[in-house]
Design a protein around this ligand. Structure first.
Ligand SMILES: [Fe+2]
Length: 334
């Protein structure tokens, strides 16, 4: 996270697991976010469909793949139902028109004083909603998904609950402290770089020399790449992880903006209040020279990666992934 955050914010995120920006969205904007997502039906929830687009399937034999496809349809439906049944009422991943509104308000209120030199690609937004009968995703770190192709170990999330989160309401975000002291630190970057280098070594690159989902799918070495991807990402399971009790909760006022890294362990405590728990998240990825190209869509047809938070968090530049991005920063791996 070195050049992604300012020196004091870096110290804060390493020590406490998050950065409290003291920034709060204004009530009309909070209202706008809420009414936008209230207008979307719960069945439009799309988290579980990450499962349907995985690189893992290409590591299988033809017969295994046939079985996988039959099971995939079944499992995706079951997963979709399970998430809506006992985890969340709504999980909406997208790249909504709210992104520039929220980020421009953050810029006006000096979010830049917490950020560093490395520009952030604004990957997508997420809306999560649950009542008291739901259990959220639980204790986990977010992985590197094939569908959400361009990621690093230093990703930065703008976590913005739209309702107060206190000890009384429950539903607070718990985050890992002292994450930089663990062996997991830098490990994601090392693995992603290793994967990128493997793809490059077998020629799975586009005309710019970058690894893309398409260049992998079109490669004659697709099966080997898929096997390598599984080997690299599965290896992380063997690393020691923190105990859930070591994570600390964060109290929030509605609309408060807190920065945290979703590649470190996090959890959500049970929600206790009668009203709905509503959270809006913006996921950003540092512009690293990692050899991968950000895709323009994820979840089959949902746009993503459409803005760059640049100039130490002081300007928001729209872009499409086909545009030429500024030179990325070296990936910290040591
Ligand atoms: Fe997560």
């Amino acid at each position: 996270m070195d050049n992604i955050l300012s020196d004091t914010a870096l110290e804060e995120i390493n020590r406490y697991g998050y950065v409290r920006t003291q920034l709060r969205l204004h009530a009309p904007l909070i209202g706008q976010i809420r009414s936008h997502f209230q207008g979307i039906a719960p069945r439009a929830s799309n988290w579980s469909f990450f499962y349907t687009n995985s690189l893992h399937q290409y590591a299988l034999t033809r017969w295994q793949r046939l079985l996988f496809h039959m099971k995939k349809t079944f499992t995706a439906k079951a997963l979709h139902k399970a998430i809506l049944g006992d985890r969340y009422d709504k999980t909406i991943f997208g790249s909504t028109d709210l992104l520039p509104l929220v980020l421009n308000e953050c810029i006006t209120n000096d979010i830049g004083s917490f950020l560093g030199d490395v520009p952030l690609i604004v990957a997508h937004d997420i809306y999560l909603e649950n009542g008291r009968d739901k259990a959220s995703f639980g204790f986990h770190e977010d992985g590197f998904g094939w569908d959400n192709f361009y990621q690093s170990g230093d990703d930065l999330s703008f976590y913005i609950p739209l309702v107060d989160l206190t000890e009384e309401t429950g539903g607070r975000l718990y985050v890992e402290q002292n994450g930089d002291k663990t062996v997991r630190y830098r490990d994601w970057n090392r693995r992603i770089l290793e994967f990128s280098e493997f793809c490059q070594s077998v020629g799975a690159v586009d005309e710019r020399g970058l690894v893309t989902q398409e260049s992998i799918l079109q490669s004659s070495q697709l099966k080997r790449i898929a096997q390598q991807f599984i080997k690299i990402t599965d290896g992380r399971k063997d690393l020691p992880k923190p105990e859930p009790e070591e994570l600390k909760p964060i109290d929030f006022k509605a609309g408060e903006v807190v920065l945290f890294n979703n590649k470190r362990y996090h959890d959500i405590e049970p929600w206790l209040a009668d009203h709905l728990r509503e959270v809006y998240i913006i996921r950003c990825v540092p512009l690293y020279d990692i050899g991968l190209a950000p895709p323009s869509h994820f979840l089959n047809d949902v746009p993503c990666n459409r803005y760059l938070l640049n100039d130490q968090g002081r300007t928001l530049m729209p872009f499409t992934p086909e545009d030429e991005l500024p030179q990325g920063y070296p990936v910290p791996v040591d």
